[in-house]
Write a protein that binds this ligand. Structure first.
Ligand code: C5P
Length: 247
């Protein structure tokens, strides 16, 4: 179960320099399956950082949240596949056509070029947005309703899953079924500080609620002993996975 847990643990590489990112991968790759590269690190380091992570034993979740016209997002996502990432995401607010075109372009490219086909994830409503934020842009519906609506739209467009806060996981699981992947940040083990996260869950609670992958940053990065912190999270995840399998 520890290996199954490792494959579901994603460490957020929230650093601005490629050397620091690569040091984290060297330290953590035996406990963490995927490393999340976001806009800051990618913009600073360029696409070579994906190779840098992979050469050190990590796989990559490319968290660039593409949102543009369908052709542009489809082409950008194809380039992410060529870099060899395992997960990549787009904004569901870009619409069904944008997601459908992306799914089609990625499937075709991965088939013809014999590439690994990454999980295609959608971001629904950013957790930094609240009701007021939606009203400001003319969306009158409640946040939870929009989250579920966009998750359904993503699934119908052929996307493989979504990124969602722990609080949203049960709603999305219910609406989109067991096969739809849910990646959850805002995870805080009992030993860690809450930081600026508002809607948090422990690793075990997030998995029990139906999450498939957990994104963890500061509880590992800011621990006195990051490897020990990662190992403790893995053990908690492994126990929760064993429990879920029994249930
Ligand atoms: O340090 P922490 O564990 O809070 O890091 C969580 C990571 O997940 C950060 O990279 C953060 O930007 C990202 N994230 C999040 N909430 C979302 C989407 C992404 O915390 N809704």
């Amino acid at each position: 179960m520890i290996e199954a847990a490792r494959q579901r643990l994603i460490f957020a590489l929230d650093v601005d320099c490629p050397h620091a990112a690569e040091r984290w991968v060297e330290q953590l790759h035996d406990k963490v399956g995927l490393f999340k590269i976001g806009k800051q690190l990618f913009t600073r380091s360029g696409p070579d950082i994906v190779q840098g992570v992979r050469e050190r034993g990590g796989e990559v979740f490319l968290d660039l949240k593409f949102h543009d016209i369908p052709n542009t997002v489809a082409r950008a996502t194809v380039e992410a596949c060529r870099l060899g990432v395992r997960m990549v995401n787009v904004h569901a607010l870009g619409g069904a056509a944008m997601m459908r075109e992306t799914v089609a372009a990625v499937s075709e490219c991965c088939r013809s070029e014999k590439l690994f086909r990454p999980l295609l994830l959608a971001v629904t409503i950013l957790t930094s947005s609240d009701q007021q934020t939606l009203l400001e842009i003319g969306l009158q519906r409640p946040v939870d309703e929009m989250v579920v609506r966009l998750a359904r739209l993503a699934r119908e467009a052929g996307m493989d899953g979504v990124v969602a806060s722990p609080r949203e996981v049960p709603l999305i699981r219910q609406a989109c079924g067991r096969e739809f992947a849910i990646v959850t940040p805002g995870v805080r083990p009992a030993f860690a500080a809450q930081d600026d996260q508002k809607r948090i869950a422990t690793p075990a609670a997030a998995l029990a609620a139906g999450a498939d992958y957990l994104v963890v940053g500061r509880p590992i990065a800011r621990a006195a002993d990051p490897q020990r912190a990662a190992a403790a999270i893995l053990e908690e995840m492994a126990a929760a996975l064993a429990e879920n399998n029994r249930g």
